[in-house]
Design a protein around this ligand. Sequence first.
Ligand SMILES: Cc1cc2nc3c(=O)[nH]c(=O)nc-3n(C[C@H](O)[C@H](O)[C@H](O)COP(=O)(O)O)c2cc1C
Length: 184
Amino acid sequence: MGLLKEGINEVIAVTRDNAAPIGITSRNGALSMVLFKGSHTEANIRRDGWVVAHVTHDPVVWVRTAFEDLPVDAFVPVEAGGLTVQRLAACEAWAAFAATIEHETVETYFVALEPLAGEVLDPAVHPHNRGFAGIIEATVHATRYVRSRDPALKALIDHHLAIVQKCGGPREREAAALLEEYII
Ligand SMILES: Cc1cc2nc3c(=O)[nH]c(=O)nc-3n(C[C@H](O)[C@H](O)[C@H](O)COP(=O)(O)O)c2cc1C
């Protein structure tokens, strides 16, 4: 499947009625995820054995799914490899995977992925925008900051949100305002 590139692909990962930003690693043709224990994504994969990765450039979706659930009408059923899985109704592309938890550490599970099906729905291209990139960076740090309240993480969040204000459009600034609310 051509959707994912060598390295770590940041995607919106959908499991049953759940969405969260997750990194999918592609190395020498093998696809995998490392999931921190305790997430809904991990519990759902353990139960159902599938995950659907999404490409979306809507910054608000990245922030919202990192901290809370989407409404049920955000998901639509789709057939993939003989399974009925779910994808985001609004996305640019999706790819469904059979997901197997292969081993664990104290804090994480290693999940191997096998492609089932996928589709590009919107072939629009996106010039690089530092505001959008800043939302992704700030949100990664924010998911850790809400647990640790580490001031070093807050400084990183502030750094990236300043770039969002300078380089982003209205949707990136909306996402930044939402992120500020989640980390209060
Ligand atoms: C860009 C980005 C990448 C992330 N990658 C991962 C990851 O690879 N593994 C993981 O466990 N959490 C990752 N997270 C954090 C999860 O999205 C976060 O813990 C989320 O609340 C999990 O949601 P869930 O409980 O609905 O699964 C990432 C967050 C962001 C913003």
